[in-house]
Write a protein that binds this ligand. Structure first.
Ligand code: FMN
Length: 182
């Protein structure tokens, strides 16, 4: 059982990283292999909206912009479950999460069988003290999951105020997601 944990913050000691570590611990507690992919450590540029709006993402389900997107995208095929964690920036996902998910959605949404088709996914929005924008961030992540036909397992909002018990929630949610697949 393989679980991909996607994080998308530049802050290696921050809340997003803490969520990723808890998800990893939760997955490993029930015997899954967990890999953390920090999008901010990779070179993943923006979608170029090739041609008249569609490039080979539509016809071949591949992105022609050559960077680290290719390897992360390809490795998704081998995964059984996913956790997507983003910091909340301006009430939305981070720039690195947006760049990756825009391109991934284009490749997967029109494919006969998406790399995420029916696979369980937990989406996490990690916010600051106000927690403003957790819901809008999760709404956008939910739409993404629907568009790639993933099996939405949970949507979790966490802030600096509730981090103590919500980190436990992420651990338990990841455990439960892996057990759901066993
Ligand atoms: C550009 C920017 C925009 C932000 N916008 C919001 C926001 O809309 N709502 C919020 O609660 N926190 C906001 N924050 C705070 C971050 O969500 C918060 O610091 C979070 O913990 C960042 O994750 P990290 O600890 O992994 O870096 C923003 C931070 C930055 C840098």
């Amino acid at each position: 059982m393989k679980v991909m944990i996607v994080t998308s913050s530049p802050n290696l000691e921050g809340l997003t990283a803490a969520c990723g570590n808890m998800a990893k611990a939760g997955a490993e507690a029930v015997g899954a292999e967990a890999v953390i992919v920090n999008l901010n450590r990779l070179k993943i540029g923006h979608c170029k909206a090739c041609g008249n709006g569609w490039g080979p993402c539509r016809s071949k389900h591949e992105c022609q912009v050559q960077d680290d997107f290719q390897s992360v995208h390809a490795s998704m095929a081998d995964m059984d479950a996913f956790i997507i964690i983003t910091p909340v920036y301006w009430g939305d996902m981070s720039e690195s999460a947006k760049a990756f998910s825009d391109r991934m959605r284009r490749c997967e949404a029109l494919k006969e069988k998406s790399f995420l088709e029916g696979k369980p996914v937990i989406a996490v929005a990690a916010a600051g003290g106000t927690g403003n924008g957790v819901i809008s961030t999760l709404t956008n992540l939910e739409r993404l999951l629907m568009q790639v036909r993933a099996n939405k397992f949970d949507l979790i909002g966490i802030t600096q105020k509730n981090r103590e018990y919500k980190l436990d929630t992420i651990h338990e949610a990841t455990r439960a997601m892996v057990c759901f697949l066993l």
